[in-house]
Design a protein around this ligand. Structure first.
Ligand code: CO
Length: 132
């Protein structure tokens, strides 16, 4: 059901600045950028080997990432694991009494995603992602 690590999400205050920093550290080309208006955030994806880095920045104070930054500052935001069946994964997690912070929903670039509540996973927000 779970196929591996898909990406690591990092919350940042200034997306352009963070892109520059990570390009400089890792010697990367320009990332794929995307705005997600319904979640009031802007993201940049870098491919690093088989894993992606996702830099996430809020575009409004209503954004969950805005409150995350206010509470915890910049840094690791979530780990995202690939699944081939997100609905089955969601049912399995609910059966095991995990709390879903968000039911399967449309994510960036045509994916479907769900989020587990971090209280159930030792303080780390876990995302599951299914391609298309
Ligand atoms: Co993510």
């Amino acid at each position: 059901l779970i196929q591996g690590l898909d990406h690591i999400g990092i919350a940042v205050r200034n997306l352009d600045e963070a892109i520059g920093t990570y390009r400089s550290i890792l010697g990367l080309g320009a990332p794929h950028r995307e705005e997600i208006p319904e979640r009031k955030m802007e993201i940049a994806f870098f491919g690093v080997g088989g894993v992606k880095l996702e830099l996430i920045s809020p575009t409004g104070t209503e954004s969950a990432v805005h409150s995350f930054l206010a509470k915890r500052g910049e840094g690791l935001h979530h780990l995202a694991f690939k699944t081939d069946d997100i609905d089955k994964a969601a049912r399995a997690l609910l059966d095991k009494s995990f709390t879903l912070a968000q039911r399967p929903t449309d994510g960036a670039h045509g994916t479907r995603v769900l989020f587990l509540h971090p209280k159930d996973s030792h303080g780390v927000l876990i995302e599951l992602v299914q391609e298309e």
